[in-house]
Every structure is written in C-alpha cells, then in structure tokens.
Design a binder for this molecule. Sequence first.
Ligand SMILES: O=C(O)CCC(=O)C(=O)O
Length: 253
Amino acid sequence: MDMLSALQALGVTPNLISDEEKQQLATEGFLVIPNLFDQSTVERLIARMEALWEEEGERAGLEVHQQPGTRRLADLVNKGMVFTPVWLNPRVLAAAWFLIGQPFKLFSLNARDALPGQGEQALHADWGPRTENEPCRIVNSLWMLDEFSPTTGSTRIVPGSQRLPGTPSDHLEDIDAPHPTQRLALGKPGTVMIYNAHAWHGGTRNFSQNHRRALHCAYVDRRFPQQTDQRQYLREDTRTQLTTAARFLLDVD
Ligand SMILES: O=C(O)CCC(=O)C(=O)O
C-alpha cells in the first residue's frame, strides 16, 4: 500500500481542510477546530484514561517519559480501540498531509494531565534544532478533554515560530517566560488544536482545582523514527482489529 491509497481508504480528502484553514496552518502554524468530537466520545476517552492511570500507577507514561506536575500515558494505540478514531481522524490526517507533504506515519499517541497548581513548560518544539528552510517533519494534535481556558493550563503557542531555525533558546533569553506574541489554545472538551510541531509551544500552569486532560496525537515524515516504535509495541489483539490502511499508518507492514 502507498500513502495516497491509505489516505483514500481512511476517508481523507484534501478538501477536509478548507483553503482558509490551510492558510492559517501555513502562516500561523496551528489551527483550533471546535467540536471535532462529541461529548459521549469525551466521556469514553476519559473513562479509559482514568482506568489506565489506576491500572498503571507509577508506571504510567514510562514508555515515553514521565513529567513532574503531570500524569501521563503512552502507547494508547495498544490500550483500547476507543483511541482508534483519534489517530485515524480524517480531518487531522488531512492537515498532517497538507503540512508534511510527504508520506507520513503515526509518531505517538500519548495523554497528559496538568495537575492543579502545576504543568507549566518551557517553550519547545517537538523536534531537534530546525535547520534553515527545513520542511515540516512533524505535526501534532492536541485533543482537549477538559475545558482549556486561560486558567486551566492551556497550551501556549507562538505563531510563525515554526519557520525559525534552531531552537527557542537560540532566540529567547528566557524560554520559561511568557512570549510577547504567544497565543493560548482555548476550547471546550471536544476541541482539537492541530499544529506544525516545529512551532514553539508548551503547557501553562493549571491554576484551577480540576484536571486538565488532553491527548497528544502526532505524525512524522515516514523517513524518521516513531516516538513509540509500533514494530516493537503493536499487540496482536490490536493488529487483528486494524485495517491494512491503519496498519500502514503505524508502519507495521
Ligand atoms: O499538554 C500540553 O499543554 C502541551 C504538552 C507538550 O507540549 C509536551 O508535553 O511536550
């Protein structure tokens, strides 16, 4: 199978992302889509994630990394078919295809919950130092499962920073400080922010007393390694439930 046939089989067409949305992705580096998934999906995803946090305890997130001030989960591809519509969402795949412009695959599917009073991160990209004019290698999508407001630990992102070479530290004195042009990804549960993950971004502090749970679903140019190597991690019971196109997206056959 090739990329175009896989995308076609998964219901992806270029017009799932409008010209205006493409323009925003190209210039600002991110796009916020409200109501991409409904309340019952939010509830089913949260129920499974909470069960996994309970079950995995101190090991939760270890396949990728743990982070003080947060609860994390990793390799969600193999932890419930409830997550399959997330990593196979046609609109997000259309945006990834538009931005990467090369055959791509799933990079990782993780969860992150910024705990009350914690969760702030330095500005960073989800890639190493960007070389001059390097094309987009990686696209991330952030699935909001709790409300993202200015006080609940929303993600900040610096529009246009996806075009800058190097790392945020090459340009900024203090990568922890608020950036003058940063924007907050805001939305109700069911909202998704898709972003060129070379753009500088980071979690902010959750000033509320509530959870701030999100899924991070990222895609990478096929020529680069996955964060979670599905040739190593794919479980047989997951494999048997996936179509050829879905397996192509995991790069497992
Ligand atoms: O969850 C968020 O707000 C962003 C998290 C993030 O960028 C990261 O963990 O690298």
